[in-house]
Design a binder for this molecule. Sequence first.
Ligand SMILES: *Cc1c(COP(=O)(O)O)cnc(C)c1O
Length: 356
Amino acid sequence: MDNIAITKSTTLKEKYKDPSELVFGRRFTDHMLQMDFDPENGWHDMRIEPYAPVPMDPASSVLHYGQAIFEGMKAYKSPEGEILLFRPEENFMRLNSSAKRLSIPEIDVEQALFGLNELLKIEKDWIPAARGTSLYIRPFIVATDPFIGLRASQLYKFMIILSPVGMYYAEGFNPIKIFVEDEYVRAVRGGTGFTKAAGNYAGSLYAEVIAKKKGYAQVLWLDALENRYCEEVGSMNIFFVIGDELITPMLSGSILPGITRKSVIQLAQDLGYRVSERMIGIDEVYEAHAGGQLKEIFGTGTAAVISPVGLLDWDGRVITVNDMKTGPVTKLLYDKLTGIQYGDLPDKFGWVVKVQ
Ligand SMILES: *Cc1c(COP(=O)(O)O)cnc(C)c1O
C-alpha cells in the first residue's frame, strides 16, 4: 500500500511574496496527487506529479452526469515550523460517505492519508505561517468513463491539489451579511445534501448570485418542505447564541455534517456552554431577536473557520446581531479552535495530526 511514484517538477512556480495578499483558491502549488480506479484493479497507481491540466475524453461521465465529489481541509504551520493537519481522517471518511451516495467506489482512508502526507512533505515551503493563512487541501474524485449511457461510471480519478490561502471572506473576521433564502432550496431529505457532491453547489449558485448582487456575502438556506427551519449557509454550518445557549440545526440528511461544526460543539461544551442540536425555525430566530435574546450568530467551516454573522434579511425584514460586531462567544471559540489548529494551544482532544 505505502508506495507512491513521485515525479518532481523541474520548473518551480514563484511563491507568494506577502501572505497577507493571499486570496482564497486562486493559486496552486507545484505538484498534485493522482490515483485511478478501474473495476479490475480497484484504486491503483497513486502518484505525485507536476501540477498540470488533466487530459479528459469529452464523453467522460462527469462532464455529463456530474459524478463528482470533493473535500476541503487545511495544513497549518506551527510556531515550531511543524506541518499540522486538523482531523484529516474525518475528511477522507466523509469523502467515502459522499462516494457511497454518488455510487463512486470508496477509497482506502489510510492510503489517502499516506499520499497526502507525502504530497505535503514535497510542498511544505508553500504553507504560509501567518495566522489566518494556511494551505488549503482539495481532494476530489471525478468519473472518467468515456461513455454517455446513463449509469454509474466504471472509471474514476482521485486527485489532491493544494492552494495557499488567506481569509475566505473579503470581510476578514468582521461580521458578514446574510440573505435568508425562502424561494430556492439547496437540498431535501433523501437527496445529497449531506455529501460534498459538486451538483449541490451548482444548484446553489443562482440564489447566491442574486444575494451577492444585493450586497449579501451568502444565503442562509431553509428546509425544503416548510421553508421555515434553518439549515446552513453556502459553505458553512450555522450557530445561534440565544440567551446563554448555543443552537445549531441537527443533522437531518440535507445538511452537510461539518467537521468544524462537530469540533465547535465539543469545544463549546468543554467551555461549559449548553449546546442544542435541534430544528430551529427562522421565525424563532426573529422572535429571539425581538425579545433581546439573540446574542450572536456565526458560521463554521474549514474554509471560513468561524465567521461572525452581523445581519439577516428575511423577506425584507432586516435584523442586526450584536450591533454588527463580533460577539464574545464567537471570538472565544475562534481563538480556541485556531489555537489548536495552529499548534499554539494544547490539543486535549487529540485532533491534530503532524505531517512527518
Ligand atoms: C464543507 C461544507 C461545510 C463545512 O464543513 P467542514 O467540515 O466544517 O469544513 C458546511 N456546509 C457545506 C454546504 C459545506 O460544503
